[in-house]
Design a protein around this ligand. Structure first.
Ligand code: PLP
Length: 381
């Protein structure tokens, strides 16, 4: 407990002006008010407006993707990304057991079935070795794609996730997907501002998606983005997010089933002001991570650092306790003393709606789920 008290004291020192220290909260210290008021004054508060276009330009520039499309939230961006990657009902989609529920939910919206494989301990993201092992054991590459030999279903896509902003080994995963003719959809919801081998996360696959939820590094209340280098995908994304309306000055004609998935201009105004501060936010968060690294060295608690070849935004910092019992003691101790900490998500295959999904060896996922705790990571003013 002495060790836990030292941790509580250290975290409180980082946020001296706070009584209760949350895991992550937004800060609005730039042009947020100005842009939101401007959007209101313009009367363009809904899904058309200058800020939506500006947001898309900014996202393309930040990520290095050719195109960025503003979406109403990250979950819907994933749903759309999977549709654009040609995932269809009864297909299978490989993802990781250790992820946020939205990844698996989006796959299910289409009527496809997730398959959950293991993560790496250093990245907390999809393991390229686990992906290769799963495919070599279970899959068959045919002329029209890869099929699961056990279920007979097509494996249409693979969705790795950059957990807590730590980039996974996405270049290796991209190569494996290419070899097996599986479309890669990157769930980069948590990794805005994170790079792998000099490239921004989210741009390695056919499409990548980001979230701007209130708990993220950059927020606009609720929002998402889809990035791609493929012009036809970008055009189709815009079309599908705007109810598949055929462009015309006054006629209302829609040529397929579309979605009301476009980010409103009001949210985009907030997003633009926040994106202007992305570098500052990430630097602030990385400075905190550096302090944590030094501190935890002295305590012999494993603080999870950015993997080799990666630059992480350190969205949510994480430590590993010795075992499940110690993890639970630590969660109780910190939360009772005004320091918010949280365990990682329950593994997807343990949730009732995904219990029947195919899984592979999940040793690392189980190890992490038993030990990992997120600690306060927000911007320090
Ligand atoms: C990994 C992951 N995927 C998807 C999402 C969904 O994003 P949103 O909350 O914007 O719908 C989130 C975050 O909320 C996330 O953490």
């Amino acid at each position: 407990m002495d060790k836990f008290q030292k941790i509580v004291d250290f975290i409180k020192e980082q946020y001296p002006q706070k009584e209760f220290i949350s895991l992550h909260e937004p800060v609005f210290i730039g042009n947020e008010r100005k842009y939101v008021l401007d959007a209101i004054d313009s009367t363009f508060v809904s899904s058309v407006g200058a800020y939506v276009n500006r947001f898309e330009d900014m996202m393309a520039e930040i990520t290095g993707a050719k195109y960025a499309i503003a979406i109403v939230n990250g979950t819907n961006a994933l749903h759309l990304g999977l549709l654009l990657a040609n995932v269809q009902r009864d297909d299978e989609v490989i993802s990781q057991a250790l992820t946020f529920i939205a990844t698996a939910n989006a796959i299910s919206y289409i009527g496809a079935k997730p398959v959950f494989i293991d993560v790496d301990r250093d990245t907390l993201g999809m393991s390229p070795l686990a992906l290769t092992t799963f495919l070599e054991t279970n899959a068959e590459l045919r002329a029209d794609g890869t099929y699961n030999k056990k279920t007979g279903k097509r494996i249409a896509a693979c969705v790795p996730m950059h957990t807590f902003g730590l980039p996974c080994k996405i270049d290796e995963i991209a190569l494996i997907c290419e070899r097996w003719k599986i479309n890669l959809v990157e769930d980069a919801a948590e990794s805005l501002g994170s790079f792998y081998k000099g490239k921004h996360t989210g741009v390695y696959g056919k499409v990548g998606v980001f979230s701007f939820n209130g708990n993220k590094t950059v927020t606009c209340g609720g929002g998402g983005a889809l990035v791609t280098d493929d012009e036809s995908i970008a055009k189709r994304a815009k079309h599908l997010t705007t109810q598949a309306k055929v462009a015309h000055k006054w006629e209302f004609v829609h040529d397929e089933i579309g979605y009301n998935y476009r980010m409103p201009n009001l949210n985009a105004a907030l997003a633009c002001a926040q994106l202007e501060q992305l570098t500052k936010f990430v630097e602030n968060k990385r400075a905190l991570a550096t302090k944590y690294i030094e501190f935890f060295k002295g305590l012999a608690v494993t603080f999870i650092t950015e993997p080799i070849d990666a630059k992480s935004n350190y969205w949510l910092n994480a430590v590993l306790l010795n075992d499940l019992t110690q993890r639970n003691e630590f969660l109780a101790y910190t939360n009772e003393r005004g320091v918010m900490t949280r365990p990682v998500w329950e593994l997807m295959n343990r949730l009732p709606m995904f219990e029947d999904c195919q899984t592979d060896d999940l040793t690392n996922s189980i190890f992490i789920a038993d030990r990992l705790v997120n600690i306060p990571s927000g911007f320090r003013v």
